[in-house]
Design a protein around this ligand. Structure first.
Ligand SMILES: C[S@@+](CC[C@H](N)C(=O)[O-])C[C@H]1O[C@@H](n2cnc3c(N)ncnc32)[C@H](O)[C@@H]1O
Ligand SMILES: [Zn+2]
Length: 589
């Protein structure tokens, strides 16, 4: 190996050797993605420990209160997600044997061997001393299913305290060779924790069911072909982290392609990036449901040129029945962009029993109440919260406390700050620009508009996916009345009577909007002038093509012109040296 053929790339605590011919995928811009994932993983390892300790103390209490024979059933409050592997029979057997209130060393050798094997299979080791059994949580095992150079796996191993084994897969020989070289290059911690395999990630995940505490999917383009096996490879209470860079597909550029990959129709609204997150979540949930599993989103981020979701996965045939309640179709008016959600399902509770029924519909008439135009119907999307705000708070606090260990600190702390202020229970958002464009008026400033919504008794917040987006629980009736009142003070030029804006303005407002500045019209971060949105650090901060491949018109149509501009421009410089060959290739990151 001739070191002069390589360049050393450092990110966080890891260094990789990049061959000058760049045969293996590496994209510097994904540092935000890797930093965010490290922040979530740090929070996950802490949370996992806390949950385990809480479970042990609950079990100990229960053991003191009830006879040992009753311990074979889990003690669980209704509706609570069972913590790691808590509902697993073999673990309950371990726990029953762990009875700390019993002074009798009751385990036979044969029983202990069986218990050890069962607990180990669930990520727990048991410590046997003086005949007593004490379960200990094993460090979390991570699967980086699509690892390329191994940079991400190496960073996880080197930077996350308490992390266990990290398995890095790739189906490309050159990538696996590079990964193995990089493991050695990163020293003893990396060598003891990271292992690299040449494998098709789908086969590997299918043959390792419920084995990994964390599964990370970071594919070229769409993760759709990996989802079915990934949801099966995560332990109960474990986490799936998943990137999708096929934004043109998820945002409605090719609705039918999105439907074939994810099972949902996208809409081309201003909220399309949030819709992309919600389509991805709905798709993961659908794959999980096939195996009596369901997801709980922890954090869902749209950054740079991709979306990335962090969800926990649990097994429960009964909790899974709630899935249709967490999904909705979206009706978006073709004239005025008003949108309405229609849940896929509903439930009714009677005498301690719950019945599940189809959602009531249609949620909208044939023609829009405001402008008279027809609706497009998109979805189904995930319409439950896309983040857990307690997690977001602790991830952000963790990031701030280790500022210097995140190369992308400014960016990820800004994104997390904005997410921490999002209304958690309001799917999608309005755009002031699009309201103004419909009415052909100058838009009110965000502060004035936010004040009018707050003064009308509703909540409003920003969104991390769009600096001009506003989330509100105010119905569209109220939103249009506020805009009608605004136009009374800021008149517009006469427009043809059949234009959506003219139809909306022809009606008198029912609500008299109050534009007086409301105290909470600025978010806390805005008031404190904390950065919420940052520009890209350099030009060409975008997706990259598959290692060794060239950009084609197919990439442009799937990723969008803007998304591939950086790569095209770079290539065009090289083109002056040698004519670029045009070949058809797969869609890439
Ligand atoms: C975008 S790159 C991964 C980048 C990496 N996670 C990082 O942070 O730098 C995607 C990788 O997935 C690999 N890949 C594609 N299909 C695969 C499959 N079916 N099984 C395993 N690896 C696969 C490719 O060879 C490529 O190296
Ligand atoms: Zn309309």
């Amino acid at each position: 190996m001739d070191l002069s053929d390589y360049k050393i790339i450092r990110e966080g605590d890891a260094e990789i050797l990049m061959h000058l011919k760049n045969e293996v995928f590496f994209n510097k811009a994904q540092v935000n993605n890797r930093d965010m994932s490290i922040a979530v993983l740090r929070a996950f390892t802490l949370k996992r420990k806390q949950e385990h300790e809480a479970m042990l103390s609950k079990r100990t209490k229960a053991a003191q209160e009830v006879p040992e024979s009753d311990l074979s059933e889990p003690v669980m409050e209704d509706g609570a997600h069972k913590s790691l592997a808590e509902d697993d029979k073999s673990v309950r057997e371990c726990e029953a044997q762990e009875d700390t209130s019993s002074e009798e060393p009751s385990n036979t050798t044969e029983e202990l061997v069986k218990t050890t094997e069962e607990c180990e299979a669930k990520g727990e080791s048991i410590n046997i001393s003086e005949g007593k059994v004490r379960r200990e949580l094993k460090p979390p095992r991570v699967l980086e299913a699509l690892s390329a150079s191994g940079l991400r796996a190496l960073r996880y191993a080197r930077e996350i305290e308490g992390i266990g084994q990290v398995v890095a897969l790739d189906n490309d020989k050159a990538s696996v060779e590079a990964c193995r070289r990089n493991i050695k290059f990163n020293g003893s911690v990396a060598c003891s924790k990271v292992e690299s395999h040449l494998a098709d990630a789908r086969v590997y995940m299918l043959t390792h069911p419920k084995e990994f505490d964390v599964v990370d999917l970071d594919p070229y383009g769409s993760p759709s072909v990996f989802l079915d096996s990934a949801v099966q490879s995560v332990v109960d209470g474990g986490m799936l982290m998943c990137t999708a860079t096929d934004m043109a597909v998820l945002c409605g550029g090719n609705g039918e392609v999105c439907y074939s990959k994810y099972g949902s129709y996208p809409l081309r609204g201003k909220y399309c990036h949030e819709m992309a997150l919600r389509i991805l979540l709905a798709s993961i949930e659908s794959h999980a449901n096939r195996y009596k599993r369901y997801i709980v989103p922890v954090l869902s981020v749209q950054m740079d040129f991709y979306v990335r979701v962090f969800v926990r996965i649990y097994s429960s045939a009964s909790a899974m029945k709630n899935t249709p309640l967490k999904l909705s179709y979206v009706y978006q008016c073709t004239g005025c962009d008003s949108f309405h959600l229609q849940p896929v399902g509903r439930s009714i509770s009677k005498n301690n029993s719950v019945r599940y029924l189809p959602g009531y519909g249609p949620a909208v008439p044939q023609e829009c109440n405001y402008c008279g135009k027809k609706f497009n119907m998109g979805g189904p999307i995930w319409s439950d919260p896309i983040h857990d705000q307690d997690w977001v708070t602790s991830i952000l606090a963790g990031v701030k406390s280790m500022k210097h260990s995140y190369p992308a600190y400014n960016r990820i702390s800004a994104v997390l700050t904005t997410i921490s202020e999002e209304l958690p229970d309001v799917p999608l958002f309005l755009s002031l620009h699009s309201l103004g464009a419909t009415l052909k008026c100058t838009s009110p400033s965000a502060v004035i508009f936010r004040s009018a919504v707050i003064n009308a008794g509703y909540r409003i917040s920003g969104t991390h996916v769009n600096p001009l987006g506003l989330k509100s629980d105010a119905p569209m009736d109220v939103i249009w009345d506020i805009m009608r009142c605004w136009v009374k003070n800021h008149p517009v030029k006469a427009q043809p009577a059949d234009q959506p804006g003219s139809v909306i303005l022809a009606k008198e407002p029912v609500l008299q909007a109050n534009f007086a500045r409301a105290v909470s019209s600025l978010s806390k971060a805005q008031a404190k002038k904390v950065a919420r949105f940052l520009p890209n650090p350099e030009r060409h901060w975008g997706p990259k093509v598959r290692a060794g491949r060239q950009i084609t018109s197919k990439h442009v149509s799937l990723l969008g012109q803007a998304a591939v501009n950086g790569v095209l421009n770079q290539e065009e410089n090289e083109e002056s040296k040698s004519k670029r060959q045009k070949t058809e290739h797969d869609i890439t990151t």
